[in-house]
Ligand binder design. Sequence first.
Ligand SMILES: Nc1ncnc2c1ncn2[C@@H]1O[C@H](COP(=O)(O)OP(=O)(O)OP(=O)(O)O)[C@@H](O)[C@H]1O
Ligand SMILES: [Mg+2]
Length: 326
Amino acid sequence: MEKERKAILEIEHLHLDYRIGGRFCHAVHDVSLTIHSGEILALVGESGCGKTQTALACMGLQPESAHIGKGKIYFEGRELLSQSKQQWNTLRGKGISMIFQEPMTALNPLVKVGKQIEENGRNHGLGKIQARESTLSMMEKVGLPDVGRLYSSYPHQLSGGMRQRIIIAMALINDPPLLIADEPTTALDVTIQKQIMSLMKTLNKELGTAIMLISHDLGVVSHLCDYVHIMYAGTIVENGPVHMILNKPLHPYTKGLLGSIPSYGKKDQRLDSIAGIVPSLENRPQVGCQFYNRCTQRMASCKNISPHATMRDGHMVACHLYPEEA
Ligand SMILES: Nc1ncnc2c1ncn2[C@@H]1O[C@H](COP(=O)(O)OP(=O)(O)OP(=O)(O)O)[C@@H](O)[C@H]1O
Ligand SMILES: [Mg+2]
């Protein structure tokens, strides 16, 4: 019997703009995605594509200068963007936890790591003894050794990998249904990166936590996630089950991302990187395909007509190479 797929997070047509030089420029444009309970969904794209802005909006933590014009975000069916400050405070850490992109700022250097995890539990109603017990048990679950002793360590006494495990424990102490992990391994070396990624998978299986995993590296997330959304210059250009995206990428941007990964690039050939860079907000085209300037398969229509999302080979792609079926 197929497992029931309950939607945990639903983003519908989210638009997030910044006012630059007197006009609104989009950082996130018409983004929709759904994460179901227990799933891992990866949001992948190069630097500046809007991954973090999308995640911050789900936590109500976007910068004050950000303007959310259109769109809705639902968590377990409840609309978030119209929430009060107090409702956001209750949601953060208890409903949705986020591991932020800047690992150095996540831990307070002056407070023992165990206390920092414990405080997160206390903030959401755990009693003193219960918070302590949950902290030690969560420290074990994230694979930390000798937790009784480590509890009293300060962040600088731990390795980068151990600190990231503490941050994950802190995010999960209240057993949130959803964890947003924004590039959780960027500051770590490759071996530790692999360990942390496999830890995320284990926790997802053991605790049932749904995860939105943000990365610029499709290769890193491909082993872990169930679904992938490929983001380019604020828009989702392709999305679907991970095996479909890896085996049959359709969008030239997705193909470009895959071509620059050693295990997916063509054998015995130089890895292809995508020429050019993601345009800054004020330099993004207001009509047409955002990827136009960098696309090796562009056609005349791509410049002036924005592509619509369409279903092809079992997944969604927004590109003029795949016109909407009549
Ligand atoms: N406060 C701000 N004011 C104006 N523009 C901003 C602000 N914060 C972010 N941006 C712009 O929004 C765009 C998306 O940024 P975002 O941080 O979401 O990218 P990202 O996909 O997370 O990239 P990275 O992989 O580097 O973390 C970028 O062009 C960025 O410069
Ligand atoms: Mg980011």
